[in-house]
Each structure stands twice: as structure tokens, then as C-alpha cells.
Unconditional design. Structure first.
Length: 390
């Protein structure tokens, strides 16, 4: 039997909720948000964490060249589900072999590697970078802090169940979710626990952060706003379906896909749903996280499609079909969308029309999300290779 908190349980056994339940939003706490929320893109030479920035918008500051070529590949020795981080000419990425790799962005040569130890396989957890450290979680439930220059261990923190969430660096804190139902805030320098928030289900998603507030969709069907200062819940909305995908924050709205086949826009000030979208032809879960820019929410689904929705009303702007489910989270760079598919292809689409501009076929499924910085695109695949294009 598959337990709800296992990787198989999350991937295959979420229970889609009835559409009516998905509309039943009633705030648990009525606390207004009065702080303006700003969207940020990563600096052009940096992609420091999953989705590029703490708001998880999946937006690159600078587009790569129009004509793309394969610059290098690196053989990691096992499946890559972790998405890369990039800074100061170095790519950081985790492998299912239980290694955190630091690779030269220009040449593809290994700089150093860090082993997570026995049982420390790395799944979707993706590196987050600070000035002196890189952070990543593993399936043994350990968050690792590693010296960014030479790959030495700085400290570790042990949760009570696996970590698939990606860490987020916020000032002197590192935020991380665990399947032990907790969201943790740890001191960046020491790994000491600052606070923890208990939910009613595994915390799979990566927390989004804007102006000192954490936004998190959960496997307990709750969408939460949490104070980063002390871990107190500001409000919680019952969403009617489990959420493995992470939330993107743009302005005063949050966007998230669910296992109940819906995409929601949540009005963070009014604490209610602004709109919801469900494909009238195909009802499949959303496991990928959305990208948001220029009036579009772009998200991949297990219906094999990449959807572009109007941020104003949730109406479909376009849909592009691949040949397999899309668990890779798209990245918007300039006028193009970059996204992988389990059909083994990296796609480049026109952001306005959804027309295919380019594709590249690798050896196996691409479930990791692209990272874009310094004119390069880096993405890993389940064939165990890391690919760099530019």
C-alpha cells in the first residue's frame, strides 16, 4: 500500500476534489494584508534558487540567444530531478545519486561535489544560494548547508521525514518544508531552529516569499499566508484539493495549480479566489509550478499540455500539446517560454502565441525546471545528464 506521505503517494494518489468544493473558500483567520507585493526577476547572471526568485515567478532577467546550441553536457551518474541554481559562473544541481554538484558554467567541468551520505538521495529539492553557502534537502529528511567555494559541509538539520521542497533564503533564515508536515525556519549561519509551523499534511511545495510573508499551498488542501518573522499563520484558505505545486506571487495575487485539475488565482488582499481555470476537455493534475509575466500565467500539466492563462480572468490564451505529462515548471525569458516534458524534449515557445520556436530531444524525461542566467539555459534529465544551451 502507498502511504499518502510517500513520493508515490504524492505523485499518484492525490484525491482530486469536486469542483464545488474547490470554490468553497472561507478564510480561517480574517487578517488583511496591507503591504504591497512586488515581483522580482533574478539578476541576469544569477539564478539563485528554484524558480529564480523568492516570489517563485519563474522569470529570467535576460533572454538567452535566439539561436541555441548545445554547449556541454555533464554525466551525473543518476537521474536529475533537481533544478539548477546559477551564480558567479557556477552551476549547482543535485542528483538522485545523493550528490550536490558544482559545475563550471562556461566549460561544464566539475569544480567540486558534495555527498549527502547514505540514504540522502536528492529528488526535486533544488539548491538555494547565499553569499557563503548553498542549501539543499534530501529524501533522508536532511537539509544540508555546504560551503559554496569548496563543497565542505557547514551544518545539517534533520527533519522527521523526506524533503522534496526546495529551500528559500530569506535574510538570515533558510525556509524548508518536509513530509513530516512542518515548514521550518532555520538560522542561515548555524542551522538552529528559529520556528516551525505544523500543517495537516506533507509540505511538498517550495514556500514563496514576498515582503516578509510566506505563501504556501499544502497537501492538506490549505493555502496559507505565514509571517516569516515568527511563523504565525496570518490566514488560511481551504482550497478543496491538494497542492504539490509551488505558488507564484505577482502583485497582490497568488497563482497555483492543484491535483484537482484546477489553476487558482488568489486575491491576497481580499483573501478569496479571483478566478479559477479548468480545461473543459481534459481534467488532469498540475504538478508543475506556474510562471507569471506580462499578463500571462504559464503552467504545465499532466494533461501533456502547457497552458497560458490571462492573469485578469483566467481565460485560456493558448495551449501547446507535448507528447507526455509536463512536470517541469516553465521559465519565461523575454518573449519566449522554456519548459521540459516527460516526452524527453526541451521546448521553446512564443510567449504570446504558444507557437513552437525550437526543441531539443534528450535521452529521457525532463521533469526538472530550466535555469536561465548569463545567456545560458541549464536543465537536467532523468537520463542522468545535465545539459547547457546558449
Amino acid at each position: 500500500m502507498v502511504s499518502p506521505g510517500s513520493p508515490e503517494g504524492l505523485r499518484g494518489n492525490f484525491r482530486p476534489a469536486p469542483s464545488a468544493a474547490a470554490q468553497a473558500f472561507r478564510p480561517a483567520l480574517v487578517i488583511a494584508l496591507t503591504i504591497p507585493i512586488l515581483t522580482q526577476a533574478a539578476a541576469s547572471d544569477r539564478w539563485p534558487q528554484f524558480r529564480g526568485n523568492p516570489q517563485l515567478t519563474g522569470v529570467a532577467a535576460e533572454a538567452p540567444p535566439d539561436a541555441l546550441t548545445l554547449k556541454w553536457t555533464y554525466e551525473a551518474g543518476d537521474s536529475i530531478e533537481s533544478s539548477a541554481a546559477i551564480a558567479d559562473g557556477t552551476v549547482y544541481v543535485g542528483s538522485s545519486k545523493g550528490e550536490l554538484l558544482a559545475i563550471d558554467l562556461e566549460t561544464g567541468k566539475l569544480k567540486w561535489k558534495y555527498s549527502t551520505g547514505e540514504g540522502g538521495f536528492i529528488a526535486e529539492s533544488s539548491p538555494a544560494l547565499a553569499a557563503d553557502a548553498v542549501f539543499i534537502g534530501d529524501l533522508g529528511g536532511v537539509l544540508h548547508a555546504v560551503n559554496i567555494r569548496d563543497g565542505r559541509k557547514l551544518w545539517t538539520f534533520k527533519a522527521d521525514d523526506e524533503i522534496r521542497s526546495s529551500p528559500v533564503v530569506l535574510n538570515d533564515l533558510v525556509l524548508i518544508g518536509s513530509y513530516d508536515t512542518h515548514l521550518y525556519a532555520l538560522e542561515q549561519k548555524t542551522g538552529k531552529l528559529r520556528w516551525k509551523l505544523q500543517t495537516d499534511g506533507p509540505v511538498h511545495a517550495t514556500p514563496a516569499v514576498s515582503n516578509g510573508v510566506i505563501y504556501l499551498g499544502g497537501c492538506d488542501e490549505q493555502f496559507r499566508a505565514v509571517s516569516a518573522a515568527d511563523g504565525k499563520t496570518l490566514f488560511a484558505l481551504p482550497i478543496g484539493s491538494q497542492m504539490g505545486a509551488s505558488t507564484a506571487i505577482d502583485g497582490d495575487r497568488a497563482y497555483v495549480g492543484t491535483y484537482g485539475a484546477d489553476v487558482f488565482a488568489v486575491d491576497l488582499r481580499a483573501r478569496k479566489v479571483a478566478w479559477s481555470f479548468r480545461d473543459p476537455d481534459r481534467e488532469f493534475p498540475y504538478y508543475a509550478s506556474p510562471a507569471v509575466a506580462a499578463g500571462r500565467v504559464i503552467i504545465g500539466g499532466r494533461d501533456k499540455a502547457i497552458h497560458a492563462l490571462d492573469t485578469r480572468n483566467g481565460k485560456s490564451a493558448w495551449k501547446f500539446m507535448t507528447r507526455a505529462r509536463v512536470d517541469s515548471s516553465p521559465v519565461i525569458a523575454g518573449a519566449r517560454v522554456f519548459v521540459g516534458s516527460s516526452d524527453g524534449k526541451l521546448y521553446v515557445l512564443d510567449a504570446a502565441t504558444g507557437q513552437k520556436r525550437w526543441e531539443y530531444e534528450v535521452g529521457d524525461a525532463i521533469t526538472a525546471s530550466p535555469a536561465i542566467a548569463a545567456g545560458r539555459i541549464v536543465v537536467g534529465a532523468t537520463d542522468g545528464r545535465i545539459y547547457c544551451f546558449g
